[in-house]
Design a protein around this ligand. Structure first.
Ligand code: 13P
Length: 255
């Protein structure tokens, strides 16, 4: 049995005051850590503050991005995997569609980062997903296959047992449009089958989150699907009540 995993991607949101309030709500309200893994991914500058504010609460911390360079060096503006580890990050989101589209990150660059994260014992949350044009052109699977293949070429299939995948259809991100549970399930099953061709064990262990306008009112239906193991939550992760409702939905249907 896979343990469901819900993570909040705060994107470029937050202030100390807002984070203190949000974490007060999350730490007071989160009671189901035995059945669901939960993480928050703040902007990098707040990682240490979040980690210290969480104390011993059963909520992990992840980063939203990371350098493709493995250690230290002359790479102005970058943050390395060992630095994230030193501040107790467990996860790192890689290849989010906003980074692909707005910052020109391509499949191979993202795959290199996945390898660096795995080497540093950080769990990558690898985002994949198609644009609206790609879905309408009927090439969703081809796009996702390509995004996965770059990572497979670099780390092999077995490594996917230690990678979290977030399927995030670009057209559902921040738009209020959600893939239907059936649409999402079809892609999740495709991803798991693709990895199963290389390693049945990794495919079985691999967590596949859905991301794209997950809200308290649709979380349960999405998480009820057999290959949807949790969610990567944007907007709704910024309100304690909403994020807790989504985490509780995962516990209810999967816990
Ligand atoms: P929304 O939940 O705001 O649609 O964002 C999804 C997302 O991009 C999470 O990484």
């Amino acid at each position: 049995m896979r343990k469901p995993f819900v993570a909040g991607n705060w994107k470029m949101h937050g202030s100390k005051a807002m984070i203190a309030e949000l974490l007060t709500g999350l730490t007071a309200g989160w009671k189901q850590a035995d059945s669901v893994d939960v993480a928050v991914c703040p902007p990098a500058i707040y990682i240490d503050y979040v980690r210290r504010t969480l104390g011993s609460a059963p909520i992990a911390v992840g980063a939203q991005n990371m350098s493709d360079q493995p250690a230290y060096g002359a790479f102005t503006g970058e943050i390395s995997a060992p630095m994230l580890k030193e501040f107790d990050c467990r996860y790192v989101i890689l290849g989010h569609s906003e980074r692909r589209a707005l910052y020109g990150e391509d499949d191979d660059f993202i795959a290199r980062k996945v390898e660096v994260a795995l080497d540093a014992k950080l769990t990558p949350i690898l985002c994949v997903g198609e644009t609206l044009e790609e879905r309408e052109a009927g090439i969703t699977e081809r796009v996702i296959e390509r995004q996965l293949q770059a990572v497979i070429d670099r780390v092999g299939g077995e490594a996917f047992g230690d990678i979290v995948i977030a399927y995030e259809p670009v057209w559902a991100i921040g738009t209020g449009k959600t893939a239907t549970p059936e649409q999402a399930q079809a892609v999740h099953a495709f991803i798991r089958e693709r990895i199963a061709m290389l390693s049945a064990d990794a495919a079985e262990r691999m967590i596949i989150q859905y991301g794209g306008s997950v809200k308290p009112n649709n979380a349960e239906a999405l998480f009820s699907q057999p290959d949807i193991d949790g969610g990567l939550i944007g907007g709704a992760s910024l309100k304690a009540e909403d994020f807790l409702a989504i985490c509780n939905a995962a516990a209810k249907v999967k816990g």
